[in-house]
Ligand binder design. Structure first.
Ligand SMILES: [Zn+2]
Length: 209
């Protein structure tokens, strides 16, 4: 018998696959890069993309269940190499149910060229972030140095969030990509689109100077 929860998980996987295919078509998730996760309300286990799958070919079966420490649950496959970063974000932000990570030309170039955080201010599209109702805001997107050591990197992110006055809407890894999230898949996908639009604006502004 198919349970109600299994039907809900199936629908969420389908929604995620549609978002991932869209990101791939935009050139925001080339080849096997980028990773994605979601979790059900009230659960610490989460579904994360399997390591090494081309995002143009990504399907529902490429999601795998891991526990809050990123360990696969009854699954011999390898979760994304960056699963520990998802663990850190879910632990820090209990209302978050979806985390999306893209590798785009704009987020790679900007994160590598800025000395400090990316500041976004005065843009109408900032209203696309959950909780923002005006262009008249100034938000900071932190940039962390890239690393292949996920436990050190996740600790750095945890330390940043713990001292920040409020959680950022996203963060960048220098020369690598962007992480953003939301209370739902739709919110997180919208945040990816808002961030990519804004980073494109920021790159253009710098080249027009
Ligand atoms: Zn990555």
């Amino acid at each position: 018998m198919v349970t109600e929860q299994a039907i809900e998980i199936g629908a969420l996987k389908t929604e995620m696959v549609q978002a991932i295919r869209f990101f791939h078509q935009q050139g925001w998730a080339p080849a096997t890069s980028s990773n994605y996760s979601f979790r059900l309300p009230g659960q610490s286990d989460f579904f994360v993309s399997q390591s090494g799958v081309d995002k143009g070919q990504f399907q529902s079966q490429h999601f795998m269940l891991v526990d809050a420490s990123g360990k696969a649950i009854d699954d011999p496959r390898k979760p994304s190499a960056e699963t520990l970063l998802h663990c850190a974000i879910y632990d820090l932000l209990p209302d978050v149910h979806c985390i999306l990570h893209t590798h785009t030309v704009n987020n790679t170039v900007l994160s590598q060229s800025l000395a400090g955080p990316l500041t976004l201010a005065g843009y109408e599209i900032l209203k696309g972030f959950a909780g923002i109702g005006t262009h008249d805001v100034n938000i900071a997107i932190p940039i962390f140095p890239n690393s292949q050591d996920m436990s050190t990197l996740s600790q750095e992110i945890i330390d940043y969030f713990k001292q920040a006055a409020s959680a950022p809407y996203a963060f960048l890894l220098a020369g690598h990509g962007m992480y953003t999230w939301g209370n739902s898949i739709a919110d997180a996908k919208r945040h990816v689109e808002v961030m990519e639009f804004l980073m494109h604006c920021e790159v253009l502004k710098r080249t027009m100077r």
